[in-house]
Design a protein around this ligand. Structure first.
Ligand code: NAP
Length: 379
């Protein structure tokens, strides 16, 4: 298989290194904006060199972002080339368009690294689906936020210090919004739900609350109650709809997610027949992520095509179908919250069970009155 790598950054270099010693996968081009003298004649700055070369079977897109990744990937599919990508932003935004293009052109589109980094999560969702009906999925899908929550809980760090440390270690970007505001998880949840439930969710349909507003005081108080906070994705199949949301979640000490250390991920699905299956590992990083990109190439070479099905259809997101209690801390409680309050806890309150839809809609208004308002689901 002759391969072109688009983007010679963190993941692209990892893919290149892993392919060096292989005889079945041959890197024919690397596209990047910068110069890399060590790549010699492999380096190109012109995507058309790759698109017009009939010897290139497979394009690995690891540039990131939406544009020009969307244009390059679309052109590669239209040129009859298989595509492997780690780009969750691209796949979650253009899932419908890109899967349709791959089908029309009779080529494969695989994105195992886009949800779970180095964890073989999407491939095992697909495997499970062949013989089972998946009813739920979710868990810790972002290592940066888990690192921050773990550091705040076990090393008594303030949020800002834990974030700075995550940035210094290369776990968080200079602009950490996609991680701490939950958008990274929202994208991974959309891709996972689409594959597990044969649906076409849009990221904007998935309500998302991150950890930006959690304080050291919240974390220490929750610990005295035997609770750990983690940022979780949740997806559930309902009759004719899907529930999907991202929110900080309070877990009893002893639960598997509460024990996940540092920047690891723990992602779980439940099948009617197989029961609960969890996947623990590195959700990011050069070589873990590159491993899944290379695995996708090997799968394509072995005749395993795509992992979405022709049965995908639009289904509504219905977060009224899920209710639970919440911890809410706000300096501006209103009548709705007071009516729902079951008891005080620390500087906040524990509510009666309330639908996820109602709480996330309330939160949008509450943040206008109190930008420091924090909520966490209580399982
Ligand atoms: N890093 C991880 O651990 C990880 C894990 C899972 C998934 N992913 C996904 O993998 C993708 C790549 O991530 P990364 O961390 O490897 O990013 P990165 O380190 O920023 O690398 C991207 C590379 O692509 C190049 N590039 C950007 N736009 C380009 C263009 N128009 N033409 C040619 N080259 C271009 C960049 O060049 P410049 O530097 O000159 O801009 C850079 O060398 C992203 O979609 C990310 O979400 C990453």
């Amino acid at each position: 298989m002759n391969i072109a790598i688009l983007g010679f950054g963190t993941v692209g270099v990892g893919v290149y290194d892993l392919m060096k010693s292989r005889t079945d996968l041959c890197v024919k081009y690397v596209l990047d904006l910068r110069e890399f003298p060590e790549l010699g004649s492999l380096l190109t700055h012109d995507v058309n060199t790759i698109l017009s070369d009939p010897d290139v079977d497979t394009v690995i897109e690891v540039m990131g972002g939406l544009h020009p990744s969307f244009e390059f990937v679309s052109a590669a599919l239209n040129a009859g080339k298989h595509v492997v990508t780690a780009n969750k932003y691209l796949i979650s935004t253009y899932f419908r368009e890109l899967t349709a293009l791959a089908t029309q052109n009779g080529v494969c589109l695989r994105c195992t690294a886009a949800a779970g980094g180095g964890i073989p999560w999407l491939v095992n969702l697909e495997r499970a689906k062949r013989v089972d009906r998946i009813t739920r999925l979710g868990g810790i899908m972002n290592g940066t936020t888990n690192f921050i929550m773990d550091a705040m809980q076990h090393r008594q760090m303030e949020f800002a210090d834990a974030l700075s440390q995550a940035q210094a270690l290369g776990y968080a970007e200079a602009d950490p919004s996609a991680d701490i505001d939950g958008w990274d998880i929202q994208r991974k949840l959309a891709i996972s739900a689409n594959i597990a439930f044969d649906c076409l969710l849009r990221t904007e349909d998935i309500p998302c609350c991150g950890i930006r507003n959690i304080t050291a005081e919240d974390v220490q108080m929750l610990a005295t109650e035997g609770l750990s906070c983690r940022l979780l994705a949740s997806g559930q199949r309902n009759e004719g709809s899907v529930s999907a949301y991202v929110e900080p979640t309070l877990l009893a000490d002893g639960s598997p997610e509460a024990a996940v250390p540092s920047n690891f991920n723990l992602i779980t699905f439940t099948g009617e027949a197989v029961g609960r299956l969890s996947f623990f590992g590195q959700g990011a990083g050069r070589y873990p992520t590159a491993c899944n990109c290379v695995q996708d190439c090997v799968d394509i070479a072995n005749g395993c095509g795509t992992f979405y099905s022709a049965a995908m259809k639009h289904v509504p997101v219905d977060n009224d179908a899920v209710s639970h209690a919440y911890y809410v801390r706000t300096a501006a409680p209103d009548g709705w919250l007071q009516h729902l309050t079951r008891r005080k806890m620390g500087s906040g309150v524990i509510t009666e069970p309330v639908s996820v839809r109602a709480m996330h809609e309330w939160l949008q208004q509450a943040l206008l009155r109190d930008p420091g308002c924090f909520i966490a689901g209580l399982l």
